[in-house]
Design a protein around this ligand. Sequence first.
Ligand SMILES: NC(=O)c1ccc[n+]([C@@H]2O[C@H](COP(=O)([O-])OP(=O)(O)OC[C@H]3O[C@@H](n4cnc5c(N)ncnc54)[C@H](O)[C@@H]3O)[C@@H](O)[C@H]2O)c1
Length: 329
Amino acid sequence: MKNKIKILVTGCAGFIGYNLCKKILKNDKFVVYGIDNLNNYYDIKLKYKRLSLLKNKNFKFFKFDLKDKKKILSNVKSYKYNYIFHLAAQAGVRYSIENPQKYFDSNITGYFNLLEACKIFKPKLIFLGSSSSVYGDQNSFPIKENSNTDKPMSFYAATKKCDEIMSYSYAQIYKLKIVCLRFFTVYGPYGRPDMTPYSFIKNHYKGKSIKVFNQGKHQRDFTYIDDTVNTLYDLLSSYISRKNVILPYETINIARGKPEKLKVYIKEIEKNLQNNLKKIYVERQPGDVEKTYACIKNIKKKINYKPKINVNLGIKYFVDWYKNYHNKK
Ligand SMILES: NC(=O)c1ccc[n+]([C@@H]2O[C@H](COP(=O)([O-])OP(=O)(O)OC[C@H]3O[C@@H](n4cnc5c(N)ncnc54)[C@H](O)[C@@H]3O)[C@@H](O)[C@H]2O)c1
């Protein structure tokens, strides 16, 4: 472990966290430490499965909740991380309407506790997992990082905006360096069961209908998981090699930069399942935004960024993975 670069990934049993750990562990110069409370927001077996795939001499896992200030403080004190990816959060827009307290606890208190620990044992850089939801409903596309983020449409979005503001103040006052990564609808193998395409395909195999919100008129900048974690890895490498100057505070859109209509996305799933999904068309739900479409000029300036996986291929990879993972024909 000596002389290796120490990376902390919070939310390491989660979808993006797990895939990022896997990517970083391919390079032996890193040692990865993961924190996760393994909550049961969705199927816990999937989280254990992801963790089992991270077994590696350069990976160490800690199970605790970031709400526990003493634990995070003593953990950061013991390991003095060089870089941190903070990906632990209560995710999901719709659930934040039912249970805002969970979002407050994990996304605001949990992140505050991490910042407090980092204020003392300063890492070189913190990457914060933020979200495109901070943009709310925009009417000018593609959405640039300096667009207005004052009108969150859900409490989830409000907690992410709060994280960004806390980051800004800690960067100014305590000289931390923080990059806010605004993710746009990430999908792919080992993805989240509460999100499409997972939730649609699960319903299909149960013989249930899927709810097509906003009559399928939604547009989303769907971003494949490998493109996402490769981008995070390249960003990390560029900061380590000082190809990118580390500013105290930055925000970066992490997206494919190409919106797709939900209807088109559903057609692609049906093509790969060789079956039609049973659909119930419903109105737009509270918290939902109509369209996400990111400007990706900023990330392109920082790294050689070329998203490789379009929706056709991404959905194919996901359906193949789903069938294999769930033993479906
Ligand atoms: N997947 C997406 O499309 C997407 C889009 C925008 C933003 N994000 C953000 O990216 C990050 C990762 O998302 P994901 O899709 O991997 O979600 P995920 O739910 O799969 O992963 C989050 C992980 O954090 C853990 N966690 C939650 N609260 C915790 C706490 N208080 N202490 C310790 N661990 C805790 C959970 O157990 C889970 O394993 C989150 O911040 C999410 O809000 C994701």
